[in-house]
Design a protein around this ligand. Structure first.
Ligand code: PGA
Length: 254
C-alpha cells in the first residue's frame, strides 16, 4: 500500500512571517488527520522557520530546488548538505525550472543522485507542454524524462523517490488534466517505465502524484484513481482553507 502524499509547492510566495502562519494553520488543522503524508515546500528563506513551526508534528518540509554539489563557487545556489538537516524532501526538475532556468534532464539526474546521498527524498517533476501534448508526444516526453531522471539509481534508491506528473499546460491554468487520462499515463509511461528499469516490485512502491490546477472540486476525482498517490499543489496550497480539503481528500482515498 502506498500512502498518498499531498505536497504544497509555495513557489515564490510567502515571507517568513506569512510562511510560519500558514504552516501553523495547517498543522493545527491536521493534528488528528491520518492516512496522508503532508509536505510543505516554502521558499528557501522560510524553510528553517517552517521546520521549527511544525517540529514534532506529522508535517514534513521540502525545498523547491537545490544544486547537486555539496559546496563551491556557485553564487546564489543552495546545496544538499545545507538542506539535509533542515527538511526531508526536495522538489527537483519542476517545469518552471526547466522552462525559465534551463534545467536539463541530465542536471535533474545529478540532483536526484545528490539528494539521495544526503537522505533527502526527491519529488521529481515530469510532464509534457501543450505543443508536445497536441502533437501526441506525451508518452515519449514523459517516459524520456523519467528514464533520464532515474538513470543510474538502485531499486532501493528509486523506492525513496516520489514522481510528480505535471502536464505543463495544466499548471496554474485552472484547466486540470482529465483524471482517467492521467491515471493511464502514470500507469503506462511512468510506473511502466520504472518497472522496465527497476522491476515491477519497485514500480509498485514508488508514489506518483498528479499536479496541475488541483483544487477542491477536482481533487477527489484524481485521488480515487488507482495509480495516483496524491498531488503536488501550487495555487491551492497557499491558504489553509484551500489546502486542507485537498489533504483530507488524499487521506480519504489512502
Ligand atoms: P498549480 O501548480 O496547482 O498552481 O497548478 C502546480 C505546480 O506547479 O506544482
Amino acid at each position: 500500500m502506498r500512502t498518498p502524499i499531498m505536497a504544497g509547492n509555495w513557489k515564490m510566495h510567502k515571507t517568513i512571517g506569512e510562511a510560519v502562519e500558514l504552516a501553523q494553520g495547517i498543522q493545527a488543522a491536521t493534528v488528528h488527520l491520518a492516512g496522508a503524508e503532508i509536505v510543505l515546500c516554502p521558499p528557501f528563506t522560510a524553510i528553517s522557520a517552517v521546520a521549527e513551526a511544525v517540529a514534532g508534528s506529522q508535517i514534513k518540509v521540502g525545498a523547491q530546488n537545490m544544486h547537486w554539489e555539496k559546496q563551491g563557487a556557485f553564487t546564489g545556489e543552495v546545496s544538499p548538505l545545507m538542506l539535509a538537516n533542515l527538511c526531508q524532501y526536495v522538489i527537483l526538475g519542476h517545469s518552471e525550472r526547466r522552462q525559465h532556468f534551463a534545467e536539463t534532464d541530465a542536471g535533474v539526474n545529478q540532483k536526484v543522485k545528490a539528494a539521495l546521498v544526503h537522505h533527502l527524498r526527491p519529488i521529481v517533476c515530469c510532464g509534457e507542454n501543450l505543443a508536445q501534448n497536441e502533437a501526441g508526444e506525451t508518452a515519449e516526453v514523459v517516459g524520456g524524462q523519467v528514464r533520464a531522471a532515474l538513470a543510474g539509481l538502485t531499486p532501493e534508491q528509486v523506492a525513496q523517490v516520489v514522481i510528480a506528473y505535471e502536464p505543463v499546460w495544466a499548471i496554474g491554468s485552472g484547466k486540470a488534466a482529465e483524471p482517467a487520462a492521467v491515471n493511464s499515463i502514470i500507469g503506462l509511461n511512468i510506473r511502466g517505465v520504472i518497472a522496465e528499469m527497476f522491476g515491477e516490485g519497485t514500480a509498485q512502491t514508488v508514489r506518483i502524484q498528479y499536479g496541475g490546477s488541483v483544487k477542491l472540486d477536482n481533487s477527489d476525482a484524481f485521488m480515487v484513481q488507482p495509480n495516483i498517490d496524491g498531488a503536488l499543489v501550487g495555487g491551492a496550497s497557499l491558504t489553509v482553507g484551500s489546502f486542507l480539503p485537498l489533504i483530507e481528500s488524499a487521506a480519504r482515498h489512502g
